[in-house]
Design a protein around this ligand. Structure first.
Ligand SMILES: *[C@@H]1O[C@H](CO)[C@@H](O)[C@H](O)[C@H]1NC(C)=O
Ligand SMILES: *[C@@H]1O[C@H](CO)[C@@H](O)[C@H](O)[C@H]1NC(C)=O
Ligand SMILES: *[C@@H]1O[C@H](CO)[C@@H](O)[C@H](O)[C@H]1NC(C)=O
Ligand SMILES: *[C@@H]1O[C@H](CO)[C@@H](O)[C@H](O)[C@H]1NC(C)=O
Ligand SMILES: *[C@@H]1O[C@H](CO)[C@@H](O)[C@H](O)[C@H]1NC(C)=O
Ligand SMILES: *[C@@H]1O[C@H](CO)[C@@H](O)[C@H](O)[C@H]1NC(C)=O
Ligand SMILES: *[C@@H]1O[C@H](CO)[C@@H](O)[C@H](O)[C@H]1NC(C)=O
Length: 837
C-alpha cells in the first residue's frame, strides 16, 4: 500500500513538474494546445495561441514574453485562422511542425519542409524571437526557421532579402488589419535587379523606395547615420543580397513593422515608461511617395515656389497644364530639338539627391567617378551617372542610367550628386548660372565651345557690316536702320518666348478643363462683365481657385501672334499686378486664366457704405501707393511698355490682405497691338477715367494712364465716384468738385467721413494735390508715374496744380462722349467704340 502511495506521489510530482516547468521546445512528446505557451530560455519571447485585436479567431504567434501589451512579431497560420480553441501545435509524422484542428487530419499550417533521416524533429523558440526546427541527430541541422518567413515585423539580427542559393526571399508583409494578420497590401522587400534597392510596395507597385545602399545607409533614409544605435550589415554578393540590423546593446528592444496603412515604422521599447516609442517611420513627406514627380522629374520638398516637382536639366514638363495644377506625376520629357549624342554635350550636377530608381541602372564597381563620367559620355544611351557607394571613401563604383530617371528627390542636407547629360546649349546655360562645375575633359569642351561661339559672333558681326556697306552703296538714302546689336536683341527675344512656352511658364489649358472648372461657364460662376468679356470664377480639380476671362470676339491678330502676346504679358510679374496663370485657345474662344482674388474689386468696397470702413486711412494710402507702383512697372520697369488704357476702381482687385492688384493690364495691347502708342481709331476705356485727349481725339500715352490714376486716387480718399452727382459743383464730377474746393482751400471737406479722426490732414491734402496734378488738362503738365511714386513716398514740395480737365471742351465729338458719360454714369463699364476721326 505504501509502495503504491509512494509511486502515485512520484508520478504526480513528475506530472506536475512536467506541467509547471515551461519549456522552450516542442517535440514529438511535447506538443502545445491552445492556452499553452513555450518560452525562450532567456524568457524574452513566447510562442503560443492568441487572438488579434477584437477578433476571436485563434492564431499561433510569437510575442515578447515580458512586455505587458501583447506585441505579436510573427504569426504562423496568418491566412488560416482556427475558429475555436481546438488547435494543437505539434511535430507531425513527417517531422514538420504543424498546427492541427481537432477532428482534422490535414494541418491548417505546417513548416512543410521535406525531411530525410530522423523525423523526430525539435522546434525551439530562441531568445532572438526566431523559431527553429532542428533535426534530432548529432548535426542538429536547421530544417526551417521563422526568420526566413517573416510576417510584418523585422527583429534585430533577422535578415531581409535574398539568398540566391536557396531561393529564399525574406519579405515583410503587412497585416490586413489590426484584427486580421492575413497578408495585407503592403510589402517591404529587396529588389535585386540593377543595383539592389529596398522598396515598400503597395500590391506590386512601388509605394516608397528606401533606395539603394550608399555604403552606410539607404539612399532614401538620410536620418540613418553611423551614430545610429544599430550596426547594419548590407550584403551584396552573387549568393545573397540582404540587410541585417543588429543592435549595439543586447538589452535594446526594437522592431520594425510594415503597417497595414502603408507606413514602415520602427518602434523601441521604453522600459521605464513601459510603452513603445515610435522611433522612425517612412514615407515622411510627399516627395517620398514613389514617382511623385514622374519620369525625369525630381521632388524638392523645400521648393520656394511651393510646387515640389522640378524637371531635370534638359527636360520640360510633359504637360504644362498638369504641372500648373501641381500634378507632377506625368513627369518630364526631353526638350525638343536637343541632341545629346556626341555633339558637345556634358553633364550638369544636381546635388543632395536620393538618386533615381536604380532597378534598370548599370553598375560597375571597378570605376571611380571620373572614369564613370567618361564612360557615360561615350555611350549615347547614358542619361546620367553617379557614384554607387557615395559614402565610402568619397564615392566608389559607377552607376549609369540609360532610360527614364524615376523617383529622385532632394534633401536639405543629405543625399549625393547626380550628373545629368545635357546638350551643349543647355550646358552653356547651366555654366552661366554657375550650377555646373566643370571638370577635366569637359572644361576643354566648354572652352572650345566658347572659342567657337566667339568666332561665330565675330563672323556674324563682319557679315552684318558687309551687308550694311553693300546696302549703303546700293541706296544713297540712309534707310538701312538695324544694327548688329538690335539683331542680337531680337533673336534673344524670340528665343525667350520660345523658351518660356517650352518651359511651361505659361500653360495652355484645355477648353474642357476650363469648362469643367467654371461649371460650363454657368451664370452662378460669373463674377462680372467687362468691356473685354465676361469673368468667371473657376475651381480646378486640385481645388485651386481661378478667375477666367472669356474674351469677347476679338479680331486683329492671328492665334500665333495672340499667343506671343500672352506669353509676353504673362512675364510681367509685380506684386501689384494680378498674376496671369495661363490661357486657353480653342477655335474662336480665347480665354485668360488669372489667380482668383477673394476680396473682389476696389469699387465694391470703397463706394459701398457698409464696407468702406474695412479700409482705414493707412490702408488706403497703401493701396494708392501699390497701384502707383503697379502702373510705374507697366510704364517703365517691365520689358514691355504697357499703357493700361482702362484704369479704374473696378479694375483694381484686392487680395486677402487687401493689397491692390491691377487687372486687365495688357488688354489694350492684346486688343490693339499696332496701336500701342499714338492715336487709335478705337477708344477703349471708361468714361470718367479717360483723359480728355484720349476721349476726344483718341490720342493716348502713358499720361492718359496718369490721368486715370489721378481720378482713382481722388475716388479712393474721398470714397466718392468721379461720376457721382455733386450739386455744389457746376462741372458735376468729383474732379471738378475737388478742384472747386481746392481753389477755395476747402478740400478737406470732401474727405471720406468713414475715417473719423484717424487720418492726417496733411497727408490728405498732399494726396488731393497729387491727384489734381495727375488730372491736369494738358498731358505734358501731368507728372510721370515715377514722379508720382516719389511724391507719394517722400516729403517734398509739390507744384501747384493747374486747371483739370473736367469740363466740356471745344470739340463737338468730345461733347458727344461727355454727354454719354452723364447718361451712362451709373454703369461703370468699359466701352470699346470705333470713333471716326
Ligand atoms: C468531430 O468529428 C465527429 C465525427 O466526424 C463529429 O461528430 C464531431 O461533431 C466533430 N467534432 C467537432 C468539434 O467538429
Ligand atoms: C506544402 O507544400 C506543398 C508543395 O510545396 C503544397 O502543395 C502544400 O499545400 C503545402 N502544405 C501546407 C499545409 O502548407
Ligand atoms: C532525439 O532522438 C533520440 C533518438 O532517436 C531520442 O531518444 C530523443 O528523445 C529525441 N529527443 C527529442 C527531444 O525528441
Ligand atoms: C488592398 O487594396 C485593394 C485595392 O486597393 C483594396 O480593395 C483592399 O481593400 C485592400 N486590402 C486591405 C486589407 O487593405
Ligand atoms: C553588431 O555588433 C555586434 C557587436 O559588435 C556584433 O556581435 C553583431 O554581429 C553586429 N551585427 C551586425 C548585424 O553586424
Ligand atoms: C498601423 O498604424 C495604425 C495607425 O498608426 C495603428 O492603428 C495600427 O495599430 C498599426 N498597426 C500595427 C500592426 O501596428
Ligand atoms: C551603352 O551602355 C549600355 C548599358 O551599359 C550597353 O548595354 C550598351 O551596349 C552601351 N552602348 C554602347 C554603344 O557602348
Amino acid at each position: 500500500m505504501d509502495h503504491v502511495k509512494w509511486l502515485i506521489s512520484v508520478l504526480l510530482l513528475l506530472f506536475l513538474t512536467h506541467l509547471c516547468i515551461s519549456t522552450d521546445t516542442i517535440t514529438l512528446d511535447h506538443f502545445i494546445k491552445d492556452n499553452q505557451v513555450i518560452v525562450s530560455s532567456g524568457k524574452i519571447f513566447a510562442l503560443g495561441f492568441f487572438s488579434p485585436g477584437s477578433s476571436r479567431n485563434r492564431y499561433v504567434g510569437i510575442w515578447y514574453h515580458q512586455i505587458p501589451e501583447k506585441t505579436v512579431v510573427w504569426v504562423a497560420n496568418r491566412e488560416s485562422p482556427i475558429k475555436d480553441n481546438s488547435g494543437i501545435l505539434r511535430i507531425d509524422s513527417q517531422g514538420n511542425l504543424a498546427l492541427f484542428q481537432r477532428n482534422q487530419t490535414l494541418p491548417v499550417w505546417s513548416t512543410n519542409v521535406s525531411i530525410t533521416g530522423t523525423r523526430n524533429s525539435i522546434a525551439l523558440i530562441l531568445d532572438s524571437g526566431n523559431l527553429v526546427l532542428l533535426q534530432n541527430d548529432t548535426r542538429r541541422a536547421v530544417l526551417w526557421e521563422s526568420f526566413d518567413y517573416p510576417t510584418n515585423s523585422m527583429l534585430p539580427f533577422m535578415k531581409l532579402g535574398w539568398s540566391f542559393r536557396t531561393g529564399v526571399d525574406r519579405v515583410l508583409t503587412s497585416w490586413k488589419s489590426p484584427d486580421d494578420p492575413g497578408i495585407g497590401n503592403y510589402s517591404y522587400r529587396i529588389n535585386p535587379s540593377g543595383f539592389p534597392q529596398l522598396y515598400l510596395y503597395k500590391g506590386s507597385a512601388p509605394w516608397w523606395r528606401t533606395g539603394s545602399w550608399t555604403g552606410q545607409r539607404w539612399s532614401g533614409v538620410p536620418e540613418m547615420t553611423s551614430s545610429y544605435i544599430f550596426n547594419v550589415s548590407f550584403v551584396n554578393t552573387p549568393d545573397e543580397v540582404s540587410i541585417t540590423y543588429g543592435v549595439k546593446k543586447a538589452s535594446f528592444i526594437t522592431r520594425m513593422i510594415t503597417n497595414e496603412t502603408g507606413i514602415q515604422q520602427r518602434f523601441t521599447w521604453n522600459n521605464q515608461a513601459r510603452h513603445w516609442i515610435g522611433f522612425w517611420s517612412a514615407p515622411k513627406d510627399q516627395c517620398d511617395f514613389y514617382g511623385h514627380c514622374g519620369p525625369n522629374g525630381y521632388c524638392n520638398p523645400d521648393h520656394p515656389d511651393d510646387f515640389e516637382c522640378t524637371c531635370f536639366p534638359g527636360f520640360k514638363p510633359k504637360s504644362s497644364e498638369a504641372w500648373f495644377i501641381r500634378d507632377g506625376a506625368g513627369g518630364c520629357v526631353r526638350k525638343p530639338g536637343i541632341s545629346t549624342c556626341q555633339k558637345g554635350e556634358g553633364f550638369v550636377k544636381v546635388p543632395r539627391l536620393k538618386v533615381p530608381d536604380t532597378s534598370a541602372a548599370h553598375i560597375d564597381m571597378s570605376m571611380g567617378l571620373k572614369q564613370c563620367e567618361n564612360e557615360c559620355l561615350r555611350n549615347c544611351s547614358c542619361v546620367a551617372y553617379a557614384s554607387a557607394y557615395a559614402e565610402i571613401n568619397g564615392g566608389i563604383g559607377c552607376l549609369t542610367w540609360h532610360g527614364d530617371l524615376i523617383d529622385a528627390r532632394t534633401y536639405a542636407d543629405a543625399g549625393q550628386d547626380l550628373y545629368i547629360r545635357v546638350d551643349a546649349s543647355e550646358l552653356a546655360r547651366f555654366t552661366k548660372k554657375g550650377l555646373f562645375r566643370k571638370k577635366g575633359v569637359l572644361a576643354v569642351t566648354i572652352v572650345s565651345a566658347a572659342v567657337l561661339f566667339l568666332i561665330l559672333v565675330a563672323l556674324l558681326r563682319c557679315l552684318v557690316r558687309r551687308l550694311r556697306r553693300a546696302e549703303r552703296r546700293r541706296k544713297s538714302k540712309n534707310a538701312f536702320s538695324f544694327t548688329s546689336s538690335s539683331l542680337f536683341e531680337d533673336s534673344v527675344g524670340e528665343k525667350d518666348i520660345d523658351e518660356s512656352r517650352r518651359n511651361g511658364d505659361l500653360p495652355f489649358f484645355d477648353f474642357s478643363t476650363i469648362a469643367k472648372a467654371t461649371n460650363n461657364f454657368s451664370s452662378d460662376n460669373k463674377l462680372g462683365q467687362g468691356g473685354f468679356g465676361a469673368v468667371y470664377k473657376g475651381v480646378l480639380i486640385n481645388g485651386k481657385e481661378i478667375a477666367v476671362k472669356r474674351l469677347s470676339k476679338y479680331s486683329g491678330q492671328g492665334v500665333e501672334e495672340f499667343k506671343n502676346e500672352i506669353v509676353l504679358i504673362a512675364k510681367l510679374q509685380h506684386r501689384n499686378l494680378v498674376k496671369m496663370l495661363g490661357c486657353c485657345i480653342q477655335g474662336e474662344e480665347k480665354m485668360l486664366i488669372y489667380e482668383f482674388l477673394p476680396n473682389k474689386s476696389l469699387d465694391s468696397i470703397v463706394f459701398n457704405e457698409s464696407k468702406s470702413s474695412m479700409l482705414d486711412w493707412k490702408k488706403r494710402i497703401e493701396i494708392i501707393c501699390g497701384i502707383a507702383r503697379g502702373i510705374l512697372y507697366l510704364h517703365q520697369d517691365s520689358r514691355l511698355r504697357i499703357i493700361h488704357r482702362d484704369l479704374k476702381a473696378s479694375n483694381v482687385l484686392l487680395d486677402a490682405a487687401m493689397n491692390p492688384k491691377i487687372s486687365d493690364f495688357g488688354m489694350a495691347r492684346i486688343f490693339g497691338r499696332d496701336e500701342i502708342e499714338g492715336d487709335t481709331k478705337r477708344v477703349v476705356g471708361t468714361y470718367g477715367y479717360m483723359s480728355p485727349e484720349y476721349a476726344m481725339h483718341g490720342h493716348f500715352s502713358i499720361k492718359s494712364d496718369v490721368y486715370s490714376f489721378g481720378v482713382l486716387l481722388l475716388e479712393i480718399i474721398t470714397g466718392k465716384k468721379n461720376s457721382s452727382y455733386f450739386p455744389d459743383s457746376p462741372s458735376s464730377s468729383l474732379v471738378g468738385y475737388v478742384w472747386e474746393l481746392w481753389k477755395e482751400d476747402r478740400a478737406i471737406e470732401i474727405i471720406d467721413s468713414v475715417f473719423g479722426d484717424s487720418y492726417s490732414a496733411n497727408e490728405f491734402l498732399k494726396c488731393i494735390q497729387i491727384g489734381l496734378l495727375c488730372v491736369q488738362e494738358h498731358a505734358t503738365d501731368r507728372p510721370m508715374m515715377s514722379t508720382v511714386v516719389f511724391m507719394l513716398s517722400n516729403e517734398t514740395a509739390l507744384p501747384s496744380p493747374k486747371q483739370p480737365a473736367f469740363t466740356v471742351k471745344t470739340s463737338h465729338k468730345g461733347d458727344e462722349i461727355l454727354n454719354s458719360e452723364r447718361t451712362e454714369s451709373t454703369n461703370d463699364v468699359t466701352l470699346s467704340m470705333v470713333q471716326a476721326r
